[in-house]
Design a protein around this ligand. Structure first.
Ligand SMILES: [Zn+2]
Length: 699
C-alpha cells in the first residue's frame, strides 16, 4: 500500500482550512481524506478518525475537546464540519461505568456536542476518547481482515508485524471495545498500533503524519506478508459457459429481480422491489466460477461494518442451469426461498422479530454471470457491490494463506440489528415510484425528458433512450442533478430497429435489474394534406409512431412478463387521437395506432397485472436546453396552415383549451407518475392532458 502523503497536498489543506480551524485540524482533515480515498482501507462510510484540541465556550473557558467523524459519513472528501467536536473530559469520565447501552451512549454524545446541529458521532467515539493521543486513525483494511479472519489470526498478526502492535480479540464496537482498547494500550504503551481481530486497525500519534504513516506501514506489511505466502494456493476454475457474462446477466436479471422482490400484504404495491448493480470483473468471475466458491462464498462478512449493506451471508447459486430457462427459474426460486428460510431462522434464533425485515438476499453470486447486489436505490446497490468486490477478493486472499473464518452469527446478529448501525440506512419516506424502473423512448425530446425528470423526482430510476447520444447525455445529467447520482441511465436506441430495441432492454436489465414502467413516447410528425401526402412520408411517420411503439411495447412486455411483478405501460398518445386536425393525417393516424395498441395490450396483459393506459396531451413545447424536436420540424408548417406566426403557436394552443392553460412536459410526467404509482386500479383508460379540449374528450 502506497503512502499518499505529499507536502503539496498537506499545504493545500493548510491553505484551505488553517485560517478558520488551525493547522493541526487542517492536517487532520488531510490524512482523513487520504485514508478515505484508499478503498483497501475503508469503503463508503467505513472507518473513523479523531483529533483532540482545546476549544473555548461562550464564556471563554477552555474545554478539552475531541473531534470524531460523524456516524456513516465518508472519510473521503471530509471537511472540518464532518468531524463534530465533543466534550472530551465528559466522555473520558464515562470509562468509570460498568455498562453503557447504545441509546444512553448516543444520547451522551448528542448532549455533549459543541454544535447542536452536528451529525451524531461515530459508534467508536469512546475508543478515540479513551486513547491519550491527539490523532487516532481507525480503518477496516482488507489485508488486515484477510490475516485476522483466520482461526489463528493472532499468530499470523504476530508473524507479519512482530511486537510493534498489540492484538485484541473481537469485541463488539461501542463502550466495551473502547474500554478494552484503552486497557490494552495502557498495558502496552510502547506499541505503534492496536490490531482488532476480525475488525480493523487503530494507529495513533501526536501529529497527523506519524499516525497516518504508521497506518500505511502496517497495512503494507500485512499486504506483503500475504503476497509472499499466497502464491501456492489460488482458486481453481470449476465452471464455464459458452455465453458471455453480459448475455447471461441480461437474461437472468429480470428473473432474479422478480424472485427476490418480497411479496407484501398490500393490494396496491404487492411487492418490495429493488434496484440492482451487476458486477463481472475478472476477479469476481474468478471467484464465482471457482471450485472453492461453494464454501467460501457463503461465509460471513469481513467486518461487522458491512452487515447493513450486504447481510450476514450472500446467496450462492451452485451450478446455475443456463441451458434451460424454466429449470433456471425454478432453481433460483428454490435457492431464494431456502435463503429466506435460513435468514428468518438467523433472526428468530437470536431472539429477533421478523416485523419489517426483508429476508431476501442482498448479494447474489451466480457462476457464469458474476454478482448482483440490490438496494433501495442504485447508490445503495453500488455500495453493496463495492463492498462485495472487496469481500470476495479478501476472502480469496485469506483462503490462499489459510482458512477464511468469519465472525460467528452470534456476533453478527446484534451488530446487524443495532439501532446505531440501522440509522446509517436511508430512512427517507418512500415516494410514489420508489424502487421502480421507468424506461422511456424518445427520452431526449421535450416530453420524454420531462417525463424522465418527473418520474425520477417521484423516486423512480429512469432509462432515457433516444437516437442521439449527446442529447441523451444532456437529459441524464439534468435528471441526476435534479434528483441524485445514479437515478438515470442513458441508452442509444432506434425504436424502428428490432435489434436496437432488444439490445436496449438487455442493457436496461443489466444496469438496473429489470423494468416496471414502459413509456412509448418517441415520435415524429409530418404536415401535409391527404391529397398531397407522399407515401414515403406516411410510411416514415408510421414506422416511428406505430411500428416503433409496437416494438418498444413488445420488448418491454417480454421483460415485464419474465420478471413477474406486474407493471405498467403508459402510452404517450395524443389529443389528435380523438380530435384530429387537418394536414396532420400521418401523425393522427399513427398516434391512433399507438393508442389502439395500448387498448389491446390492456386486454392481453391484465392477467399479469400489467396495466396499460394512455395519455392524450395537446401541444407540448420544450425549453432551450431540451427543445421539442417535433415542433422544430412541424411548427412552421402548422403555423402556416393556421395562418399565424410560429412564435404565436404556444399562445394559440393555450387559448383553445377550456382552462386557458399551457401544457408542459412535466404535466405528462405527472400523468405517468399517477398511473405508475398504482394509485387506482385502472387499465385501458385515456387521460387527457390538454387543458380541456372539447372535441378531444375521450369517447
Ligand atoms: Zn471499526
Amino acid at each position: 500500500m502506497k503512502n499518499r502523503w505529499t507536502d503539496s497536498g498537506a499545504e493545500q489543506a493548510r491553505v484551505r482550512w488553517a485560517e478558520a480551524h488551525g493547522t493541526d485540524f487542517a492536517l487532520r482533515c488531510y490524512t482523513a481524506d487520504l485514508i478515505g480515498r484508499e478503498p483497501g482501507l475503508v469503503l463508503h462510510g467505513g472507518g473513523n478518525v479523531s483529533f483532540k484540541q482545546t476549544l473555548r465556550d461562550l464564556l471563554g473557558n477552555e474545554i478539552d475537546a475531541i473531534h470524531v467523524k460523524g456516524s456513516g459519513c465518508d472519510l473521503a472528501g471530509i471537511e472540518p464540519g464532518g468531524l463534530p467536536a465533543l466534550d472530551l473530559g465528559f466522555l473520558r469520565s464515562l470509562r468509570a461505568l460498568e455498562v453503557l447501552d447504545d441509546d444512553a451512549m448516543a444520547n451522551a454524545f448528542r448532549t455533549h456536542l459543541f454544535e447542536a446541529s452536528a451529525p451524531t458521532p461515530s459508534i467508536e467515539t469512546l475508543l478515540h476518547a479513551f486513547l491519550p493521543h491527539r490523532y487516532v486513525d481507525h480503518s477496516h483494511a482488507d489485508a488486515l481482515l484477510a490475516l485476522t479472519n483466520q482461526p489463528d489470526g493472532e499468530l499470523r498478526v504476530r508473524a507479519a508485524l512482530g511486537d510493534r502492535v498489540a492484538v485484541l480479540p473481537y469485541v463488539a464496537p461501542g463502550f466495551e471495545l473502547a474500554r478494552a482498547v484503552a486497557d490494552l494500550y495502557e498495558a502496552n504503551p510502547r506499541v505503534d498500533a492496536i490490531v482488532l481481530l476480525q475488525h480493523g486497525l487503530v494507529t495513533f500519534g501526536e501529529d497527523a503524519r506519524s499516525s497516518y504513516d504508521r497506518h500505511i506501514e502496517i497495512v503494507d506489511a500485512c499486504e506483503r506478508f500475504i503476497a509472499d505466502r499466497a502464491a501456492a494456493r489460488s482458486l481453481t476454475v470449476a465452471f464455464a459457459t459458452p455465453d458471455s457474462p453480459a448475455t447471461l446477466a441480461a437474461r437472468v436479471a429480470p428473473l432474479l429481480r422478480g424472485l427476490v422482490a418480497l411479496p407484501i400484504d398490500d393490494e396496491d404495491r404487492r411487492f418490495i422491489r429493488s434496484v440492482f448493480e451487476w458486477r463481472a470483473t475478472d476477479s469476481v468471475l474468478d471467484f464465482v466460477n471457482s471450485a472453492e466458491a461453494a464454501t467460501l462464498a457463503r461465509t460471513g462478512p469481513l467486518t461487522t461494518d458491512h452487515l447493513i449493506r450486504t447481510g450476514p451471508f450472500p446467496l450462492f447459486v451452485e451450478q446455475p442451469n443456463w441451458s434451460d430457462d424454466e429449470a433456471l427459474r425454478q432453481q433460483l426460486r428454490e435457492a431464494i426461498e431456502t435463503y429466506r428460510g435460513e435468514y428468518r431462522s438467523y433472526v428468530t434464533d437470536h431472539g429477533g422479530s421478523l416485523d419489517g425485515v426483508d429476508p431476501s438476499p442482498a448479494v447474489i453470486l451466480l457462476p457464469g454471470a458474476g454478482v448482483f447486489c440490490r438496494g433501495r436505490t442504485k447508490r445503495d446497490a453500488r455500495v453493496a457491490a463495492d463492498i462485495t468486490e472487496h469481500a470476495l477478493a479478501t476472502k480469496a486472499a485469506a483462503h490462499a494463506i489459510g482458512t477464511y473464518t468469519a465472525l460467528s452469527r452470534e456476533h453478527l446478529y446484534p451488530m446487524e440489528f443495532r439501532a446505531m448501525q440501522r440509522a446509517k440506512l436511508d430512512s427517507r419516506p418512500e415516494r410514489p415510484l420508489e424502487r421502480k424502473i421507468v424506461v422511456i423512448s424518445g427520452g431526449a425530446g421535450a416530453i420524454g425528458a420531462a417525463v424522465a425528470e418527473t418520474c425520477a423526482r417521484a423516486g423512480a430510476h429512469v432509462v432515457v433512450s433516444d437516437l442521439d447520444p449527446d442529447r441523451v447525455e444532456i437529459v441524464v445529467r439534468r435528471v441526476e442533478q435534479a434528483c441524485e447520482p445514479g437515478c438515470a441511465y442513458g441508452i442509444v436506441m432506434d425504436v424502428t430497429d428490432e435489434t436496437s430495441v432488444r439490445d436496449g432492454y438487455a442493457e436496461t436489465c443489466r444496469h438496473f435489474g429489470g423494468v416496471d414502467v414502459v413509456v412509448p413516447n418517441a415520435g415524429i410528425a409530418h404536415v401535409a394534406a391527404l391529397e398531397n401526402l407522399a407515401v414515403d412520408d406516411f410510411r416514415r411517420v408510421l414506422e416511428v409512431n406505430a411500428v416503433g411503439y409496437m416494438l418498444f411495447m413488445r420488448e418491454g412486455i417480454r421483460v415485464l412478463r419474465r420478471q413477474g411483478l406486474g407493471g405498467h405501460i403508459v402510452v404517450n398518445a395524443s389529443k389528435n387521437v380523438f380530435g384530429p386536425g387537418k394536414d396532420f393525417g400521418a401523425y393522427s393516424a399513427s398516434k391512433a395506432a399507438g393508442h389502439q395498441l395500448g387498448k389491446v395490450a390492456a386486454i392481453e396483459l391484465a392477467v399479469d397485472n400489467i396495466r396499460v393506459n394512455m395519455i392524450n396531451a395537446d401541444a407540448v413545447f420544450g425549453d432551450e436546453q431540451v427543445p421539442s424536436g417535433l415542433w422544430a420540424t412541424v411548427g412552421p408548417e402548422r403555423a402556416r396552415s393556421r395562418g399565424m406566426k410560429t412564435e404565436d403557436l404556444p399562445e394559440y394552443y393555450r387559448e383553445r383549451n377550456l382552462l386557458k392553460t399551457r401544457v408542459y412536459g412535466r404535466h405528462v410526467g405527472n400523468a405517468v407518475v399517477f398511473f405508475a404509482s398504482d394509485a387506482t386500479p385502472t387499465t385501458g383508460a385515456t387521460l387527457p392532458v390538454d387543458g380541456g379540449v372539447v372535441e378531444a374528450f375521450p369517447r
